[in-house]
Every structure is written in C-alpha cells, then in structure tokens.
Design a binder for this molecule. Structure first.
Ligand SMILES: C[S@@+](CC[C@H](N)C(=O)[O-])C[C@H]1O[C@@H](n2cnc3c(N)ncnc32)[C@H](O)[C@@H]1O
Length: 164
C-alpha cells in the first residue's frame, strides 16, 4: 500500500473494497488519510507481506508496485499472494529489478549492499519475473524495459500473472 499513491487510479465502479497491506506505520497513516476521501472502502493492515492474514482463495486481484525489491523474504510474500488469490484471479505488478545486460548487472550486484543500507532495504538486482514464476504464477503479459537513462535503478517489469 505504501502511502496510497495508487489509490486514486482504482475504478470505483469495478471494485468492492481494497485491502491495503504495508508494515510502515507512517506510510499507512498517510494511506488512511487518502482513503477517507475515496468513494470505496479501504481496509488497512499494518503488517508484512510474508504473512497475510487473509483466507486462501479470497482475493480477486493482487496489486504490487515497487515493493518486491524491499520485502526481506520476497519468495514467502509472493507465495502468500498466490495463496490468497482466487484461482481465476490476477496479480498486477510494476516493479524495478535486475537488468538483462551484463555490464549493468555487474554494477547492480556491486552497489546493492550499499544501496540497501541507504534505501530502506531495497534490492537493485532482484530478477522480478523469475521470482514471480518461481512462486507458482504464470505470467500472462510482461513488458520489460529501462524507464530512464539511469540504467542501474530503472529496469522495469510491468505485467500481470495468474496462479498456476
Ligand atoms: C518504494 S515503496 C512502494 C510503495 C507503494 N507500493 C507504491 O508503489 O507507492 C516500498 C514499500 O515496501 C514496503 N515494505 C517493506 N517491507 C515490506 C514487507 N515485508 N511486506 C510488505 N511491504 C513491505 C515499504 O514499507 C514501502 O511502503
């Protein structure tokens, strides 16, 4: 959920309500303020993605943006997303991660330990599509590209996936 930056982009006519999950109390407070102005209900959970307190097969859509880089046990969190998603549900993702270009990857790997210290645990070099596939998802659509000339931090993975 973060500070709720994505909330204004949900179509109120197409959703019942949103569960929002994030371990940061400060960001959830900001999300709570934004939610109060929206025409749909947002139920916030100040918790980590590695243990989602929702029933299995209960969620229509999982949305995850610029977060798979930061979750300490990212495979556990992805498996939790898979568990709570209905069999015909979808996960929408927009994430930054590992570049396919060796010269860029070498720098991403080299700088990653320092980067994690100054960025709240964000990894520069996670292979996002491989992690998603390795957690039991089939990727239906994947757009991968640099989003800016700063190649180290801007390789983006955008797409949607469904549980296998
Ligand atoms: C770059 S921010 C992205 C926030 C939001 N998704 C967005 O796109 O605006 C990364 C987020 O990952 C969250 N985060 C860190 N560890 C997490 C965990 N274990 N489970 C879930 N979210 C986590 C942080 O609190 C932060 O809100």
């Amino acid at each position: 959920m973060g500070s709720g930056l994505n909330l204004p982009f949900y179509n109120p006519e197409r959703i019942e309500f949103v569960w929002g999950l994030d371990p940061s109390q400060g960001l959830m407070k900001m999300a709570g303020k934004k939610s109060a102005r929206l025409p749909f209900q947002v139920r916030l959970m100040t918790l980590s993605g590695e243990d989602i307190p929702l029933e299995s097969d209960s969620v229509d859509t999982v949305v995850v943006t610029y977060t798979l880089c930061s979750i300490p046990d990212v495979l556990k969190a992805l498996k939790e997303m898979h568990r709570v998603l209905k069999p015909d549900g979808q996960m929408l993702f927009c994430e930054h991660g590992r570049s396919p270009d060796a010269p860029v990857t070498r720098w991403q790997d080299a700088i990653n330990p320092l980067w994690m210290k100054v960025s709240g645990g964000c990894h520069l070099n996670r292979p996002i599509s491989e992690l998603i596939k390795g957690s039991g998802f089939h990727i239906n659509h994947l757009d991968m590209r640099y989003m800016s000339s700063v190649k180290l931090i801007s390789y983006n993975y955008l797409g949607w996936a469904s549980p296998l």
